[in-house]
Write a new protein. Structure first.
Length: 158
């Protein structure tokens, strides 16, 4: 990382960035080309380990690409604000971001799908949806992708 002074290593600060971002871009390989999709997400972040959960259709390009190659990249960013300067070169931009890579897995087990949907809804709305965790039938209509981060960095410029 070129700007090590902006790297965030504190778990509480990383959690702040995870909570503040609402869209994560998931990157996959498609016959030697990158395919990047912005998606809403939920997460589990414990003991420095990060798992991201995404939902979508039960079929389609994303799922096909993950089945072929589960190695993915991801990026999320937020806290955007222009930092004004007196000259053009003094302008900057404030942000917070997490960038990493990991392995994606298509979740098929009904109970884990329900828990993932509850995590996604909690993150996106701030509300608990207990019926999602107890209703394993809800997951039948959607596909769930879990990405276990193998490595990631968090960066913040305030």
């Amino acid at each position: 990382m070129r700007r090590a002074d902006r790297e965030v290593k504190d778990s509480e600060e990383i959690l702040e960035v995870l909570k503040s971002c609402k869209v994560c871009r998931l990157g996959m390989m498609d016959e030697g080309k990158l395919y990047i999709v912005p998606m809403n997400y939920g997460y589990v972040y414990e003991d420095g380990r990060l798992a991201l959960y995404f939902h979508g259709a039960r079929e389609g390009k994303k799922l096909n690409l993950i089945e072929k190659n589960p190695t993915v990249g991801f990026e999320m960013d937020g806290a955007h604000e222009l930092a004004e300067g007196k000259t053009a070169c003094q302008y900057s931009y404030y942000y917070a971001s997490i960038i990493g890579n990991g392995r994606a897995k298509l979740i098929t087990e009904a109970e884990e799908k329900s828990k993932a949907l509850a995590l996604i809804m909690k993150h996106q709305t701030g509300k608990e949806f207990a019926e999602l965790e107890s209703n394993t039938g809800l997951g039948k209509a959607v596909g769930i992708i879990r990405v276990e981060a193998e490595e990631f960095t968090c960066k913040r410029h305030r």
